[in-house]
Design a protein around this ligand. Structure first.
Ligand code: EPU
Length: 336
C-alpha cells in the first residue's frame, strides 16, 4: 500500500539525528504502486532515501521524498555453484547480510553491520574490509522518475568504482531503485586480507561465514559509533586518491602515513589518518566532533544542526588541505 504524508519529519530517517521536514513523503510497497503514483502526474523536486545513513540535511526539503518498502527476497536462479538473489530495495542491508550468511551463501559477509538499505547500497556502492557491494551485483532494477518506465542496469552499466556508480553521475536523481540482484557463491571464498580481519577470524575459531560476519561486526563496533547511540553518517569523507608523485612526496615527509597503491598507479590515502594528524580528535566543536576511535566519522554530540555539521566539516577539509595539500571530498550527500 502506498503511504503519503505532508510536512513530514525526517528525524527518524537520518542517522545524523537532524530535524528537517519534507514537503511530502511517499512510501511505496511495490514497483507497480510507484509506477501508478508517478503516472498520476508527479512533478517537482524529488529525493530518494534509504536508511538515511549517508545524508546531511541542512534545511527542509521542499519536494517529495520517496522511500521504498519493497521487502521481498527471492532466489531467481540457482546452480551447483551460485545463487542469484533478487532483493527489494527497502530491505535493511544488515538483515540481508545476516540472511545470506545463515543460508550459507558467501559474498556479502565482509559488509556486515553497514547501516542503510539495499537500494542505497547499489547507488553508493558501499564497501568495507576489501569488498564492495558492486562486486556482487548482477543487476539493478529501477523506475525512471520522469516517465515511470521500468529500467534495468547490468553490473557494467552501473559503472561501479570506489563509492561510485552511474546513479551518482550520468543517472543521478533520475531513478528510484526497486530491486537489486546479487550473485552469491555456494562455496565460501573468504576475503580476509584487510587489516586484522584474518587474525580476528582465527581468534573466533577459524574461517566460516558466521565467524567472518562476527569478526567484522566486532571490528566495526570497536571503531565506529552505534547509529542508535550517536548521530553520524559513518565515513563523512571519501578516502582521497592522489597520483604516485604526490604520494611519494607525502611519504618522504610523513613516513608513517598509510598509503594503498591502486592498480591504475594512483594511491589511496586514509582520510581518517590525515584528519587525526590535524588534531581534530582533541578539538571538538560544541555540538560536533570526530569520533574518538575513527576520525573519518563526524558525530553529532547533541543538538547539532545540519549547518553546524557542515561548518565543522569545512574546517576539517581546510586543515587537511593546508597541512598535506590534499583535497577531501564528502561521501555524505548534503540536502536542503
Ligand atoms: N586511521 C587513523 N586514525 C583514524 C582512523 C583511521 O590513523 O582516526 C588509520 C588506521 O589506523 C588505518 C587507516 O587509517 O591505518 C585506515 O583505517 P580503517 O581501516 O578504519 O579504514 P578507513 O579507510 O578509515 C574505510 C571505509 C569504511 C570501512 C573501512 C573498512 C571509506 C570512506 N571508509 O575506512 O567505511 O568500514 O574502510 O573497510 O572508504 C563508511 O563508508 O561509512 C565506512 C565506515
Amino acid at each position: 500500500m502506498i503511504r503519503q504524508f505532508d510536512t513530514y519529519s525526517l528525524l527518524p530517517h537520518n542517522t545524523f539525528g537532524i530535524e528537517a521536514k519534507a514537503a511530502r513523503f511517499v512510501e511505496f510497497g511495490t514497483a507497480d504502486e510507484l509506477v501508478e503514483f508517478l503516472n498520476g502526474g508527479f512533478a517537482g523536486n524529488s529525493l530518494v532515501i534509504g536508511g538515511g545513513s549517508n545524508l546531511l540535511f541542512v534545511g527542509d526539503f521542499n519536494g517529495t521524498v520517496f522511500h521504498s518498502a519493497i521487502m521481498d527476497i527471492d532466489v531467481v536462479e540457482e546452480t551447483a555453484s551460485h545463487v542469484l538473489l533478487r532483493v527489494g530495495s527497502g530491505v535493511n542491508w544488515d538483515a540481508l547480510v545476516a540472511y545470506t550468511v545463515e543460508k550459507g551463501w558467501s559474498g556479502l559477509e565482509n559488509l556486515s553491520l553497514i547501516p542503510g538499505e539495499v537500494g542505497a547500497s547499489a547507488v553508493q556502492n558501499v564497501g568495507a574490509y576489501g569488498v564492495e557491494a558492486g562486486d556482487l551485483i548482477e543487476k539493478v532494477e529501477t523506475i525512471r522518475i520522469a516517465d515511470a518506465v521500468a529500467c534495468s542496469f547490468t553490473k557494467v552499466d552501473c559503472d561501479f568504482a570506489y563509492r561510485h556508480s552511474i546513479f551518482k553521475t550520468a543517472e543521478k536523481g533520475r531513478h528510484i531503485v526497486t530491486y537489486v540482484t546479487y550473485r552469491l557463491n555456494k562455496s565460501a571464498c573468504f576475503k580476509l586480507s584487510y587489516g586484522n580481519l584474518k587474525d580476528k577470524v582465527e581468534e573466533l575459531g577459524g574461517e566460516t561465514l558466521a565467524n567472518v560476519r562476527r569478526a567484522v561486526c566486532e571490528i566495526r563496533a570497536a571503531k565506529l559509533p552505534d547509529p542508535q547511540q550517536v548521530g553520524s553518517a559513518g565515513s563523512f569523507f571519501m578516502n582521497p586518491i592522489v597520483d604516485a608523485v604526490k604520494a611519494a612526496q607525502l611519504k618522504d615527509e610523513y613516513p608513517a602515513m598509510p598509503q594503498y597503491p591502486l592498480p591504475c598507479g594512483d594511491v589511496k590515502l586514509s582520510a581518517g589518518w590525515l584528519i587525526e594528524q590535524c588534531g581534530w580528535k582533541q578539538t571538538p566543536h560544541e555540538h560536533v566532533g570526530v569520533y574518538k576511535h575513527q576520525a573519518l566519522v563526524v558525530v553529532n554530540l547533541g543538538g547539532a544542526t545540519g549547518r553546524d555539521v557542515l561548518a565543522f566539516a569545512s574546517a576539517v577539509v581546510a586543515s587537511v588541505k593546508e597541512k598535506f595539500g590534499v583535497n577531501l571530498n564528502m561521501e555524505v550527500n548534503v540536502i536542503g
